[in-house]
Design a binder for this molecule. Sequence first.
Ligand SMILES: [Zn+2]
Length: 252
Amino acid sequence: MAKIVILGSAAAVNDATHDYTHFLLIGDDGHPILVDAGSNPLGKLKYLGIDDDAMQDVILTHFHPDHVGGVPNMLMHMWLIGRQTSMRVHGLHHCINRIEDTMEAYNWQDWPNFFPITFHRLRERDEVVILDNDDFYMVAYPVKHFVPTIGLRITNKRNGRVLGYSCDTEPCEAVYKIADGVDMLIHEAAGAPPGHSTATQAAQIAQESGSKSLYLIHYPVWNVDPAPLVDEAAQRYDGPITLCKDFDIYEF
Ligand SMILES: [Zn+2]
């Protein structure tokens, strides 16, 4: 069974037990797909017994530090432990161009025997295919944040289940398309618009789009207890609600 491994659950201010929002998607073929890297996730992968060498696809949703700030450390780490397996990095032009510029600022072209990386620039429009393999069919939708940002809609090709991930967005038409009838909706709950959504708005979207379950992520943790967000969401949504926590693993 495919699974989702939550590596971080916090919004842009993290703490010791809630890292920036990023997660892994692991299908039956065993190749983990990483969604965002606000922190270098390699230590967590080792702790969880997940083979980082098998991770060949990285999706970067947008160029904000809490989503991509860990990429240079992750790539350096992989290089230093001797990775030779190639890697594909997917994202919008806005994000990928800046990632390449950042790596050039670190002179990565002078890092000897660096493993092969290919950058896949996604067009900024609805339903752009990111990947289509034996396990998953994954498409992106531009959502409404402060910089060009994608949300994801992922079909598990082995069992037909569908996962929506809002990423960082205020309520918008695209997020309803992402959430439409999904089995699982992972939705941010960072706070009021612009650029973000409250738990109440996430719940409203889950309810109106017929999502079968709601997972709240990317929520504030600094000097605030996030637990009441579940009750807040339950006022607007009838289905099961989970507050994502770091190291949670969900079957998909
Ligand atoms: Zn964010």
